[in-house]
Design a protein around this ligand. Structure first.
Ligand code: ZN
Length: 284
């Protein structure tokens, strides 16, 4: 029986004879006041960034990652001397499998609500393999995506109170329609909007990417006055306006290019060619 099973069954049916398993305590590694991230905490790459927002009396988790690492994530939480029962909620920044595969199991074990944007609900509750990017037939990729109940939806302008901390909910569609970001003071938990090297979350029509929306979301991040971006993948980094400008320009170019197929707005080359064909000009 795994530790996760032990914790789960213990919560289901407290047993007075049950002895708390020995947990080797570790120091909490706060990146910022109230902010812990599991890859940093573990000093190894575990997968998607899982942020623990420590509000003192309770905490919240932003994303949970793959099922494979869930036991390790929960063990870290206990080793840092957080009670599993003090988890107030788990937020799904969006419904991609690498962020949300462990969500259903985590919800059972932690017995806390899962919250997500309304446009992530269908993908999460149906375990939709295409929308969650769990299945890419052409590449032979198929990963299980357990269905997860979304207990509450959150959207632009909502505020999540976690003990003495408050997360402002931002709707930042583009990578997916339901992608959320969260502002807390001078930090933005920025999801898959932009990473430290200027890459963005995958652009793919099948899971609802929209280049025009993506650019609006990036411009909003560019215009805001936060100091730090805490993305869902890779290192946290200082907000860099030049990097954002370059990324916005790149995505704007994609709206007029064939590179991302039906995500583009138009393809001027074909209009130009149409004129050339009509005029009988051969310009080569
Ligand atoms: Zn992602």
């Amino acid at each position: 029986m795994s530790l996760v099973r032990l914790w789960s069954s213990r919560l289901d049916a407290p047993n007075p004879m049950y002895e708390e398993p020995e947990v080797a305590m570790i120091e909490r590694n706060y990146l910022f006041p109230g902010v812990i991230e599991m890859n940093y905490q573990a000093s190894r790459r575990m997968g998607v960034n899982v942020y623990l927002i420590d509000g003192g009396t309770e905490y919240a988790l932003i994303d949970i990652g793959f099922l494979d690492e869930l036991t390790a994530v929960l063990e870290l939480i206990r080793q840092m001397d957080f009670s599993l029962s003090a988890c107030k909620l788990i937020v799904a920044t969006h419904a991609d499998v690498d962020h949300a595969q462990g969500l259903a199991r985590a919800r059972e074990i932690l017995k806390c609500p899962v919250v997500a944007h309304p446009r992530s609900v269908q993908a999460l509750e149906q375990g939709d393999e295409i929308l969650t990017y769990a299945r890419i037939d052409a590449q032979g990729i198929q990963i299980p995506m357990p269905r997860c109940k979304v207990d509450r939806t959150i959207d632009e302008g909502d505020r999540l109170q976690v003990g003495n901390l408050t997360l402002e909910v931002w709707s930042t569609p583009g990578h997916t329609a339901g992608q959320l970001a969260f502002r807390m003071g001078n930090m933005l938990f920025s999801g898959d909007n932009i990473f430290r090297d200027g890459c963005v979350g995958v652009i793919d029509a099948h899971h609802g990417s929209n280049l025009v929306d993506f650019i609006v979301s990036l411009k909003r991040i560019r215009a805001c006055d936060v100091d730090f971006l805490l993305p869902s993948h890779g290192p946290i980094f200082r907000k860099d306006d030049a990097l954002l400008d370059a990324t916005i320009a790149r995505l704007e170019s994609y709206t007029h290019m064939a590179d991302f197929g039906t995500c583009a707005v138009d393809w001027p080359l074909l209009d130009q060619w149409e004129d050339e064909l009509a005029q009988g000009t051969t310009d080569f």
